[in-house]
Design a protein around this ligand. Structure first.
Ligand SMILES: O=C(O)C1=C[C@@H](OP(=O)(O)O)[C@@H](O)[C@H](O)C1
Ligand SMILES: C=C(OP(=O)(O)O)C(=O)O
Length: 433
């Protein structure tokens, strides 16, 4: 959808209340963050790559479509479990427009790739995407020798004037609003003439596991990355090796399903939980344990059992911000107060998640106070009502979690979950049997 597109009718969905404890084995699809990183790397690699069990969702389709427009051949091929992606890199071409939708990974990862194209690449997205912070990436690209036209907005839409090559070099930016600013520069930097040295200067960078993920996927492709100095990342110029690999399941997508074990005092097993992993969602193990669940990781996967009331939690979510909506939903159902801290940057996510969570939980009778960088959530008796989702997949999933315990929660525009999980409501029905 472009910012000017006509909006389609939305589907409201009454979240099913659980009448019995859930007891379910859940298979979640591939990680959004890994799929979109690997698609980018495949498009700048030295040969064809195969992505097995990739996530197929709005965010990853937008990335695949954008890379096709840029000249990569991205084919659907039958895999062992659904369709794989076979990506053959081609000369990167300009003279195109691409749609980032509401995908942070597309809007922040593509500009550096577009800079390698042989002409202008215009990137736009949903209306809300135009409000998401973008300026540090565009300014950094300019400092690295790339021409970017953004009409002075520092936001979508903008045009990267690809010149076929990027000089690269050293750049300082403030990545306190999003780790994706750093990841987006590093992912394409091996193809810059001098590589890149990125320095962060500002409040701490959020979502550190996502930067570790970027560094790891680059190193696994033979790219030399030095992250030994705090807040500095150096990528040497060189080639990116082609690959053939399985995408790990998306652990952040697992969050609402695991939360259901606590809410219903049931049991949920997520198959194939990777260990070790750089995914932020792995933080769920400690968070759910602290909220009163029994959490067991073994070679088959992760099992979460809810045996008693949900405990409130005092937690800094700065590194794992994308878990906040589901943690807030659990906190709203807890028997003791919670304080979710360190997530001011969530105001620039798909929605202003702090405002959205406070508004929606309070709208059901909750007791939530927004702080500058988080939420204070006190126990309160909740009642049914409408739950607005603000085009935010994780708001919809948080509404589903609340609805397990509170009959009559109507999640507006539930299909916004297509950003990362197109068949969310079917999977939720399966979870509840
Ligand atoms: O690089 C990535 O794949 C992501 C980084 C994080 O972004 P922020 O650092 O903007 O929070 C995370 O919240 C987002 O869901 C995915
Ligand atoms: C912040 C998120 O997404 P994006 O990749 O669009 O930033 C998210 O999925 O929680």
């Amino acid at each position: 959808m472009s910012a000017d597109a006509v909006t389609t009718p939305v589907r409201d969905w009454t979240a099913p209340a659980a009448t019995t404890p859930v007891d379910s084995v859940v298979v979640v699809p591939g990680s959004k963050s890994l799929t979109n990183r690997l698609l980018v790397l495949a498009a700048v690699a030295e040969g064809p790559s195969r992505l097995r069990r990739p996530l197929r969702s709005r965010d990853t389709q937008l990335m695949a479509d954008s890379l096709r427009a840029l000249g990569a051949d991205v084919q659907d091929v039958p895999g062992t479990d659904g369709l794989d992606w076979l990506i053959t890199p081609g000369p990167l071409r300009g003279g195109i427009q691409v749609d980032a939708g509401l995908a942070g990974t597309v809007m922040r990862f593509l500009p550096a790739v577009a800079a390698l194209a042989d002409g202008p690449v215009t990137i736009d997205g949903d209306p809300r995407a135009r409000e998401r912070p973008m300026a540090p990436v565009l300014d950094a690209l300019r400092a690295l020798g790339v021409e970017v036209d953004d009409g002075g907005r520092g936001a979508l839409p903008f045009t990267v004037r690809g010149a076929g090559s990027v000089p690269g070099g050293s750049v300082t930016l403030d990545a306190s609003a999003s780790s994706q600013f750093v990841s987006g520069l590093l992912l394409a930097a091996a193809r810059f003439e001098r590589g890149v040295v990125v320095h962060h200067d500002g409040k701490p960078v959020p979502s550190q596991p996502h930067i570790s993920m970027t560094v790891e996927v680059l190193r696994d492709r033979g790219v030399v990355v030095d992250d030994s100095e705090p807040n500095t990342w150096r990528v040497e110029p060189g080639t990116v090796s082609a690959f053939d690999l399985d995408v790990e399941p998306d652990l952040s997508t697992a969050a609402p399903f695991l939360a259901a074990a606590l809410v219903t005092r049931g049991r949920v097993h997520v198959a194939g939980w990777p260990d070790p992993t750089t995914q932020a969602g792995d933080g769920l193990r400690d968070i759910l344990d602290a909220m009163g669940a029994d959490v067991t990781l073994d070679r088959d996967g992760l099992t979460v059992v809810g045996n008693g009331p949900i405990e409130g939690i005092d937690v800094d979510l700065h590194d794992v911000g994308e878990l906040t909506p589901v943690v807030a939903a659990l906190a709203a159902l807890a028997q003791s107060p919670s304080w979710l801290r360190g997530v001011a940057h969530l105001r620039g996510h798909e929605s202003d998640r702090l405002a959205a969570l406070a508004t929606e939980i309070n709208g059901l009778g909750g007791a939530v106070t927004e702080t500058e960088d988080g939420l204070r959530i006190r126990p309160a008796a909740l009642h049914g009502g409408r739950w607005a989702t603000y085009h935010d997949h994780r708001m919809a999933m948080a509404g589903a979690v609340v609805g397990l315990a509170v009959p009559g929660v109507v999640v507006e525009d539930v299909d916004t979950t297509a950003k990362t999980l197109p068949d969310f409501t079917e999977r939720w029905a399966q979870l509840l049997g």
